[in-house]
Design a protein around this ligand. Structure first.
Ligand code: AMP
Length: 508
């Protein structure tokens, strides 16, 4: 059964179960039941097909954690179109890049934000469309198998975000495995899953589709709830959730308050992590504070549908490994460690992690890339993706040990350093720029931009504010460097490149 068919079924078998719940900072509760989700998406799907006909281009869905985001996602795929989730944290200029790249025929918008595009359908209009029609899309139109289900845009080194295309088959292959994590057999239970990541990040695919596949409740934590401890803990308590999907950075935020334990969330039985290194200390604190819960570390890039490895981080694993492994590869996927020439490396040797399997994307939107290819394993031909991650295999586990390029993770967010530098260069006042990540206890803590500007800097503080404001037009807040250092010129190596080592020494 396809994911869409499975969700449709819950409109009958779990009709009044809440599919998505959003408890915002001002305590306004937004929710939709399975019956509503399926009914509304059928009707909006019908409208999309009637309006757009043969135009099967992907559809941008702009918003945050409103449950109607799910209605829009499902309406798109029911009408045979991929959806492109874009969070409100993405500035307008970058949304425009995405709108241009996807050639979207319309933007579905669930926030009351001014979007300066033709063909924006706002939430009120979406509700009107649903209210006035009785007609529903039929399953003939559904996205299926190798059709693209969603496109997630991620930081690109050119300065423009790149769209990762994920097929329906990739998604179902991923979800069938994801619901087995922790071996809890959730199929017969009523689960509530915490959603932390915005829908424009692929981590959210894990909580969203695990929840919909299991007929569970997705409990969304709004951005505003994540920046206010009181609201965050209150929401977590009210959720009564049994699964939480988040980055380790977010778990650390939760753990910074003593209240975050089994008394706050007595039903918690599974913490699922992906996206960045899970520190031993984070996993240990969770096991201590939630003795009945499993802590699972998973690893993978957006390009291979969220995650491809798993490890149950038990006390034994914690004792045996520091840093922790990212685990064993999932069924249907193979991981190889390669040297620069593409030769397979033996166990224990460090090299590039290559993912070969049934969740690998068919590639970026409009941008063929040499990282993607095909590879035969046994008799089966799979898609293959060179991750740019360094790793090795030991004791049957895969270990992650950093990047081969300048991609970083900052508080769980994937960022190409060149993306920031190229957007700095878009500001007319910038003559030259280099961005350096500053580490603290093995993780990146913040970014420093070394800049050469075309004006006399009287106050570094004032000049930094000007540049930050300029950059915020193009980049989401998490990509804007925290500190700016003004230079007359950037140091250069013998080969004529920016001497990043020297700049790093300045911030050490
Ligand atoms: P994203 O596409 O945002 O999920 O980012 C993918 C990248 O995050 C990977 O290529 C890795 O560099 C990093 N990553 C993902 N999972 C883990 C993990 N469990 N431990 C360390 N790094 C990870």
């Amino acid at each position: 059964m396809s994911i869409i068919e499975k969700i449709n079924l819950y409109a009958k078998t779990r009709s009044n179960v809440v599919a998505c719940y959003n408890y915002s900072h001002d305590q306004v509760v937004q929710s939709l039941t399975y019956k509503e989700l399926v009914d509304f998406s059928d009707k909006l799907g019908f409208y999309l097909q009637k309006t757009l006909g043969d135009n099967k281009n992907p559809i941008v869905v702009y918003g945050h954690k409103n449950p109607y985001m799910l209605v829009c996602f499902l309406a798109c795929v029911k009408s045979g179109r991929a959806y492109v989730p874009v969070d409100i944290s993405v500035p307008k200029e970058r949304v425009k890049d995405i709108v241009d790249a996807t050639n979207t025929p319309l933007v579905l918008c669930t926030e009351s934000t001014e979007l300066l595009f033709d063909n924006v359908i706002h939430l009120d209009e979406i509700k009107d469309i649903i209210n006035v029609t009785d007609k529903k899309i039929t399953s003939d139109y559904y996205v299926k198998a190798e059709d693209i289900f969603y496109i997630i845009f991620t930081s690109g080194s050119t300065g423009n975000p790149k769209g990762v295309r994920i097929t329906e088959q990739c998604l179902i292959n991923f979800i069938r495995w994801a619901v087995t994590l922790g071996e809890k057999n959730f199929a017969d239970k009523q689960v509530t899953i915490i959603n932390q990541a915005p829908f424009s990040f692929d981590l959210s695919v894990m909580d969203l589709y695990m929840s919909l596949y299991l007929g569970g409740t997705l409990w969304c934590l709004e951005k505003s709830a994540q920046s206010n401890y009181g609201v965050m803990y209150e929401s977590l308590k009210k959720s009564n959730a049994n699964i939480m999907v988040s980055t380790p950075s977010f778990a650390n935020l939760c753990l910074s308050g003593d209240v975050f334990d089994k008394n706050l969330m007595p039903k918690m039985e599974l913490f699922l992590f992906c996206g960045e290194t899970l520190p031993n200390s984070t996993a240990k604190q969770l096991l201590d504070r939630f003795p009945k819960a499993n802590v699972i570390n998973t690893y993978g890039p957006t390009e291979s549908t969220v995650a491809v490895t798993e490890i149950d981080v038990t006390h034994e694993i914690l004792k045996g490994y520091n840093p922790l492994p990212v685990g064993e590869v999932k069924p249907g996927t193979h991981i190889f460690i390669q040297d620069e020439s593409g030769n397979l490396l033996p166990e224990g040797d460090k090299g590039e992690i290559v993912i070969v399997g049934d969740t690998v994307s068919p590639g970026y939107l409009n941008a063929p890339n040499i990282s993607f290819s095909k590879k035969k394993v046994g008799k089966k031909l799979y898609r293959s993706y060179r991750t740019g991650d360094k790793g090795y295999i030991k004791d049957g586990y895969i270990f992650y040990c950093g990047r081969m390029d300048s991609q970083i993770k900052l508080h769980g967010y994937r960022i190409e350093i060149e993306d920031i530098e190229n957007n700095l260069q878009k500001l007319p006042i910038i003559k030259n720029a280099a961005v350096i990540p500053v580490e603290n206890s093995g993780a990146i803590d913040y970014l420093v931009a070394f800049v050469v500007v075309d004006f006399e800097v009287e106050s570094s503080l004032k000049a930094s504010v000007v540049i930050k404001k300029g950059l915020q037009r193009f980049l989401p807040q998490y990509m804007v460097p925290k500190k700016f250092v003004f230079k007359d010129a950037l140091p250069i190596t013998d080969r004529g490149k920016i001497d990043r080592r020297k700049l790093k020494e300045e911030v050490a």
